[in-house]
Structures are given as structure tokens and as C-alpha cells.
Design a protein around this ligand. Structure first.
Ligand SMILES: Nc1ncnc2c1ncn2[C@@H]1O[C@H](COP(=O)(O)OP(=O)(O)OP(=O)(O)O)[C@@H](O)[C@H]1O
Ligand SMILES: [Mg+2]
Length: 292
């Protein structure tokens, strides 16, 4: 329109109105273009971020896979070497028994490692099926203490309980919570290095939540390692003696998240100290887990 007016002798009001309307359209169009450009810039930023996250995940996945293959290779190498010696024959019976025991122990270790990895993967994906019901806290702790006695059974361990406060019923997944107790108690049995080892279990209830502390009298976990203890394959003390894969606390953390609670390391308590927090009554809607 504007181009048609240039060079004309008279310009009518209608012509001017048409020019005004055209300018308004152009302005609107240019505003739309600006908005689109801003949106494109935002999308490009989001894509860059997603890409960086994917790269990070890919690095973590590679590290995880190389840790797993390392963990699997060690017991597999023992099984392979000792079974080969056995097939060569001509061995005194006590050696046959000893090598057979090593093969058996390593096979058990491998099975446990695979079970733990599978469990962790189900828990991390939020695909875990919780079995909720009312359960006695005291009963769960009793069971866990009995099971954990299999860890270094030769060691006498003083357990200090808080029976009065334990006399409560939680609505939770009893098997999963007991699994967490077992790992914390077994860890204390494995890693507490005090001459007369002790484990104190203290319970408190406040505002619909229950805290359960497990405090031993060993050296505890050094400050610089405390941020790593819940990571997969974290072994910070005397790993050879204990022989664990370092998955126990990672599994505990995932279970506690699924149970709507948490697990934390409490520094400055003398020995190693872990605090569990769980809701007194976990309520889930159909198809929901306790995450989030
Ligand atoms: N009570 C404790 N005292 C001192 N160190 C501990 C204690 N509990 C855990 N740790 C340290 O934290 C690390 C991680 O514990 P976690 O339970 O994850 O693994 P693990 O017991 O070594 O192996 P797994 O539980 O898979 O058999 C342990 O290897 C140990 O170094
Ligand atoms: Mg453990």
C-alpha cells in the first residue's frame, strides 16, 4: 500500500487508514517473529541442557558398567582357576575340600551381587511393589538382629535397645524396612572396630514420623568419605576383610525413599551413626510408590 501511495498527488483519509492498518499488521507480525525467536532460543537452551545431562548419564553408565564387570570378574577368576586345578586331579583330599569351599563361596558371592544389582535396579526404577501393613517395630528389630548375627558370628556384640519407645506399630512394608535394619546392623558387626563393640538403637516419635538411630562405638566413617557412603560400590574401610560389594547402603537409601522416608549419616556421634526416618503410617494411593 505504502509503495502505491508514493508519487501520488492526493492522499485520502482512507489511504492513510489503510497504511495505518498495514503498519499495525507488520508490527504484529514482527512481534510474533520476536516471540518465535525467543521460543527457539529457549528450546535450543533446553536441548543443550538435555544433551549435557545425557552425556553425564552416559559417563555414569559407563563407570557403573566397568565397576560391575570388575566386581564380577574377581570371583569369576577364582571359580575358573580353582575349578581348573580340581579337574587336574591328583590332589590331596584336604585341598579338594578347600578349593571346593572357595568355589562355593565365590559362587554365593556372585549370586548375592547379582541379586543386589537386580534389587537396586527395581528400586531405582520405582517399579517396586510395596506390601503395606501394620508391623511391630520391636518385632522387626528383633528379626533383623537375629539375621544379622550371621555376620561375624564369632564376635560378641553388645546391643543397647530402647524397648519402651520401640513398642509401636508402623504402617509400612515390614520386609523392606527389616532389610534396611539388617544392613545397618550387619555393617556395624563388620566394620565397628572397637575392642568391646556396642550398637545402640534409639527410637523417637514426633509429628507422625519415627526416627530410628543406629550408633556404634567404632571409628565411624571419615569426614571426607561421608558424602560417598550411599553411592553404589562405596567401600571405605577394610573392604577385603568384609567382602561386601558396597551396595548395601545404596539399597537402603532407595528403600527408604520408596517408604516415604530417608537415611542419613550423623557425623560427630563418636562412632558410625545412621538415622532412619519413616512415616508412622505410610499411605499410598493405588499404583503409587512412596517416592517423591
Ligand atoms: N558401621 C560402620 N562403621 C564403619 N564403616 C562403615 C559402617 N557402615 C558402613 N561403613 C562403610 O561404608 C561402606 C558401604 O557400606 P555398604 O553397606 O554399602 O557396603 P558393604 O557392607 O561393604 O557391602 P554390602 O552391604 O553390599 O555387602 C562400607 O564398605 C564401609 O566402608
Ligand atoms: Mg553392608
Amino acid at each position: 500500500m505504502l509503495s502505491q501511495l508514493v508519487g501520488r498527488a492526493t492522499v485520502t483519509v482512507d489511504d492513510l487508514m489503510a497504511v495505518a492498518s498495514e503498519s499495525a499488521h507488520i508490527l504484529e507480525y514482527s512481534a510474533q517473529l520476536e516471540a518465535r525467536e525467543a521460543e527457539l532460543t529457549r528450546t535450543a537452551g533446553a536441548l543443550r541442557e538435555a544433551n549435557a545431562k545425557l552425556m553425564q548419564l552416559s559417563i555414569q553408565k559407563d563407570a557403573f558398567l566397568s565397576q560391575i564387570s570388575h566386581e564380577l570378574r574377581t570371583p569369576m577368576a577364582s571359580v575358573s582357576a580353582f575349578s581348573e586345578i580340581l579337574t587336574e586331579g591328583d590332589l590331596p583330599p584336604e585341598k579338594v575340600t578347600r578349593f571346593g569351599r572357595i568355589i562355593h563361596d565365590e559362587a554365593k558371592r556372585l549370586t548375592r551381587l547379582l541379586d543386589d544389582l537386580l534389587d537396586l535396579s527395581v528400586l531405582e526404577n520405582g517399579a517396586v511393589q510395596l506390601n503395606l501393613g501394620l508391623a511391630s517395630l520391636q518385632g522387626m528389630l528383633d528379626t533383623a538382629l537375629t539375621v544379622a548375627q550371621q555376620t561375624r558370628p564369632e564376635r560378641s556384640f553388645l546391643i543397647l535397645r530402647d524397648l519402651a519407645n520401640e513398642a509401636i506399630h508402623l504402617r509400612t512394608d515390614a520386609d523392606r524396612l527389616t532389610q534396611v535394619f539388617i544392613n545397618l546392623i550387619s555393617n556395624a558387626r563388620k566394620y565397628c572396630d572397637a575392642a568391646t563393640p556396642e550398637l545402640r538403637i534409639a527410637v523417637r516419635q514426633r509429628a507422625g514420623r519415627v526416627t530410628i538411630d543406629f550408633i556404634d562405638n567404632g571409628k565411624g566413617i571419615p569426614k571426607e568419605s561421608q558424602s560417598l557412603i550411599f553411592e553404589k560400590f562405596a567401600r571405605l574401610t577394610d573392604a577385603n576383610r568384609a567382602g561386601g560389594a558396597g551396595l548395601g547402603l545404596a539399597i537402603c537409601r532407595e528403600i527408604m525413599t520408596n517408604l516415604g522416608g530417608s537415611v542419613a549419616y550423623l557425623p560427630g556421634k563418636g562412632g558410625a551413626a545412621f538415622r532412619l526416618t519413616v512415616p508412622l503410617r505410610l499411605e499410598l494411593r493405588a499404583g503409587e510408590t512412596g517416592r517423591g
